[in-house]
Design a protein around this ligand. Structure first.
Ligand code: KIV
Ligand code: NA
Length: 263
């Protein structure tokens, strides 16, 4: 199909077409998602947890996001590539936010950025959008606010706050918005109240699209089993049984066999 652009992504809502988004951080997975029809590939700052093995997203740097963003953007022929602005790359002031969002577009080839926040980031969203950089917002559970919220797995239930954040982001010029870990009823209300598409994770079926962390949906993150996650494969067990078989055959002198050998 044709390239997913920001206007097409936004238009999906009016057309009643659901959007499928997944995160990726490297070339092979991004290309596999792109060629499988994933509408948008997000280079999430979840990088810190699923790629770097850290316990939060807070240490991730703008240079790390740009390194992975360039690789993923190069792998995607069709999907809309969005790169997260990491913690403290946009909160200090609007000038720094615009400069870092600009670096992402200039140095990666991605088409858009994402930041966490609604009402409190409205001015920053407006500055970035006014610089012709498409920006997605992210409300509900905000992993970059884990120390303020008291953890990463807490369902956000304040409908007034979530709706006000979502409306502020739309009003400020966000082209879409992630709703993370909120009750289905609130996600439905927000989705009906906005013109821009809502992309849910742990937010139920009424959103305009869904996003999952790529390694989670593939089953490469075995310890992580929240209610919202569906594993569409069990790749971690396949990796482990392949690795065990390889080790066993090398140790037993069975690999390489004659069919793998040049004489
Ligand atoms: O960093 C990330 O992977 C995200 C998605 C879960 C929305 O922000
Ligand atoms: Na993120």
């Amino acid at each position: 199909g044709p390239r997913m652009t920001v206007p097409r992504f936004q238009g999906a809502k009016a057309r009643g077409e659901k959007l499928a988004m997944a995160t990726a951080y490297d070339f092979l997975m991004a290309r596999a998602f792109d060629e499988s029809g994933v509408d948008s590939v997000l280079v999430g700052d979840s990088l810190g947890m699923v790629v770097q093995g850290r316990s939060s997203t807070l240490p991730v740097t703008i240079d790390q996001m740009i390194y992975h963003g360039e690789i993923v953007a190069r792998a995607c022929q069709r999907a809309l590539v969005i790169v997260d602005l990491p913690f403290m790359s946009y909160q200090v002031n609007g000038d720094q936010a615009v400069a870092n969002a600009g670096r992402i577009l200039k140095e990666t080839g991605a088409a858009a950025v994402k930041l966490e926040g609604g009402a409190l980031q409205a001015e920053t969203i407006r500055r970035i959008a006014d610089s012709d950089i498409p920006v997605m917002a992210h409300v509900g559970l905000r992993p970059q606010a884990m120390h303020k919220l008291g953890g990463l797995g807490r369902i956000q239930r304040n409908a007034d706050v979530i709706l006000a954040d979502a409306k502020a982001a739309e009003e400020a010029g966000a082209f879409g918005i992630v709703l993370e870990l909120i009750p289905s009823e609130i996600a439905e209300l927000v989705t009906k109240s906005l013109r821009i598409p809502t992309i849910g994770i742990g937010a139920g079926p009424h959103c305009d699209g869904q996003v999952l962390v790529g390694p989670d949906l593939l089953g490469i993150t075995p310890g992580f089993s929240p209610r919202f996650l569906k594993r569409f494969a069990e790749i971690d067990s396949q990796i482990r049984s392949a690795a065990r078989a390889y080790v066993q055959e090398v140790h037993a002198g069975q690999f390489p066999g004659p069919e793998h050998t040049h004489s």
